[in-house]
Design a protein around this ligand. Sequence first.
Ligand code: KMH
Ligand code: ZN
Length: 292
Amino acid sequence: MTTASVSRPPSQAGRPPGSAATLITVAPTGAELDKGRVPALPVTLDELVTTAVDCEAAGAAVIHIHIRDADARPTLDLTRLKDTVQAVREATSLIVQLSTGGAVSDGFGPRLAVLDAAPDACSLTCGTVNFGDEVFSNPWPFMKELYAKTQATGVVPEFELFDMGQVAALHRLLDELGPPAGGHVHCDLVMGVPGGMPGTAEQVVQAAAALPAGATWSATGVGRTSLPVMLAAVASAGHLRVGMEDTVTFARGRPVASNAELVTRAAGLAELAQRPAMSTGEARAMLAIPAR
Ligand code: KMH
Ligand code: ZN
């Protein structure tokens, strides 16, 4: 494996590992957007790898990946997933987190099989939620099976929480099945989805306070909730997830030009808050993900 050399913000120099830094996750593609409508969306492997390199240079430490097929449609094809994991690892030192959420139309079998691509990490949503006009289905037996498979395979889960009921379900999961691979609990509050919890500063504080003791968390505000959620998370010792999966408008009337510009903005806010972007090594230490 080769590792790209990455320049980091100067403020990271000499800082003890993991101290008061901000984990930035980039979610560059998602499963919902149409490349025809959003031309800057990375959908090919080449586009994804270029995005990964650019986002690492801008301050990201984790990449949350959904892949597309040759027609730019969402897919969970295992060969493509394996090729993607390998290519992103060869080009960057990012933590590779595959989505097990996929698209709302994906079945449970293919979503479980995502772990067979052997990523560093995966998303794990803690319950069913209305998702716009659709339903994102994560019934309790599926959650348990997916979680048990993460434990058996050593893939570190990130718990995706779309509403407060899912926070309760996370507690139940940990109570029944024990700690995740690596032993550390990290969550992502996904806010502002129509059908989930709202993307407000008050909700960020309330959800963060309800998480298991010792858990770390990031927050993602979908659409126009992106900025308020990001500002509230930075102010509340949280971490950040940004990317075109969640936001395609940079400012009123101005489309996002690239995922890297969203990461750059997040890293700038983190720097301003004197919690600069975490390196990939620091992120691995915090998330208990082994070096590769
Ligand atoms: N695409 C959504 C239905 C995840 O990646 O785990 C689910 C999602 C969550 O994006
Ligand atoms: Zn996702």
